[in-house]
Design a protein around this ligand. Sequence first.
Ligand code: BDR
Ligand code: CA
Length: 313
Amino acid sequence: MTPRKIIIDTDPGQDDAVAILLALASPEDVTVLGITAVAGNVPLPLTQRNARIICELAGRPDIPVYAGCDAPLSRKLVTAEHVHGKTGLDGPPMDDPTMPLQDAHAVDFIIDTLRTEPAGTVTLCPIGPLTNIATAFQRAPDIIPRVQEIVLMGGAYFEVGNITPAAEFNIYVDPEAAQIVFRSGVPLVVMPLDVTHKALTTKARVDAFRAMGSRVGDMVAAWTDFFERFDMEKYGSEGAPLHDPCVIAYLIDPHLFTGRQINVEIETQSDLTLGMTVADWWRITDRPKNALFIGDIHADGFYALLANRLARL
Ligand code: BDR
Ligand code: CA
């Protein structure tokens, strides 16, 4: 099969980093046309820097990295240093990247790519707040029917929320952007917390990264150690969810996942439930189905895939 052309829209983030590494390690499955950074886990100057650090770690300074929106469409940025640390990539210290940041704005890159590539051949992979994607759709509605699919990490139904009792971080940060994307008509695949909280790190899984004996293996193990401390304290779980790599794993092996085609709406009005993904999992309404909402993952298969692919870098 020809590899799928993808744009990774991201706010790295240790789990974003693992997602990017997985994509760059899987050229037979995905061709990364570019990486677009957005403000999210940390402010934009750090997310675009972190994206370049990750490309260099993968030995891929040729991947074009673009900086995008530095704030949500109509709200103040909320960040998550309490999870990811001050730099967003806390763990072992990393040198500043030397590869350049592209001159073009991420939104222009997304628009130009979708206009230039044949219609229906580019998949968008947002693993941060949806500001860049929504801005591109607002500015250039002609690109919307040209998107092959959007496979994103965001939202929750059974797990409800992580940044508030009712909302998942990526959707909460920019609910208006999420609403634009969820109502765009583009085929959506959604990896909510319901799935990522079933893909927890364990000692054995992190040891497998460390056993690679490579810089990438050591970094991924150290990042997951860092990331784990927050979730272990909060949930009392053995490890931490590697949220964002689920998006790339789905593109590589969709059989690792199961879900339901349902209607998902975004709450943008209520203070209490702002950013909630109101997922009609039980198909109670006749609202139109707009997303494949993933509910389950074969976690051992997912970690085997990660270990296998990351060992290539
Ligand atoms: C999402 O929020 C971020 O903190 C992670 O990188 C992930 O994309 C999980 O809620
Ligand atoms: Ca992320």
